[in-house]
Ligand binder design. Sequence first.
Ligand SMILES: Nc1ncnc2c1ncn2[C@@H]1O[C@H](COP(=O)(O)OP(=O)(O)OP(=O)(O)O)[C@@H](O)[C@H]1O
Length: 235
Amino acid sequence: MIRVEGLVHRYGDTVAVDALDLTIDDGECVVLAGANGSGKTTLVRHFNGLLEPDAGSVSVNGRAVAENLVAARTAVAMVFQHPEDQLVAATVGADVAFGPENLGLSRDDIDRRVSESLAAVNLDGRADERVDTLSGGEVERLAIAGALAMEPDHLVLDEPFTGLDEPARQSVLARLQELRTSGTSLVVVTHDLRDVTELADRVVVLSDGRVALDTTPENASDRLADLGIRPPPSC
Ligand SMILES: Nc1ncnc2c1ncn2[C@@H]1O[C@H](COP(=O)(O)OP(=O)(O)OP(=O)(O)O)[C@@H](O)[C@H]1O
């Protein structure tokens, strides 16, 4: 479980997250939406201690993030916008292995995690390919594989569809659907709710650093336009 209580984050005079409370249960799929600048990225960066609160607290699985950074980073994996900036190795397999290697796992465990994670994003059999030969969609899926290889309780994806063409978008979405079915918690940050509502148990909309709406996808659709979000085509 991720629990956010009274979280405040300021950048100078800008209050990016403003006394925000939010709980994300194990196994939930939450779409975190909101207009540009509403505080989505700032909020999720607190989930594994990449930022420090100015006030309030965040805990993961009952432990305060600030006091247990390693535990938080093991429990919460992040895939950021521009996943190409997250690549750390020259080849696909080495890139996915990097995180598990840092956990000090055995070679067998690392190899198992790499092959399972690559299979989960449809990149199996491609471990020896150079990362600089991959398409944008493949890089996004590789970044997701790297996060999955950490076997996190929660997977946070910040704008996973930005810059993807439609086939790549569908491919990533299909992988997320499968992960969802297999019980991994997902937090998907987006300002565009096309398709993603199918995935979600819950839509949380931020506005000016606060929770403006926290409801089911069905109930969210009527309010999205008011909150600066493009509704999905079916709404
Ligand atoms: N590194 C930073 N320095 C100063 N201000 C920042 C910084 N990062 C974000 N901000 C400001 O904090 C507020 C929240 O930004 P944040 O990126 O968290 O929102 P967001 O909802 O993720 O936006 P987007 O959809 O554009 O990514 C905005 O006013 C933004 O300009």
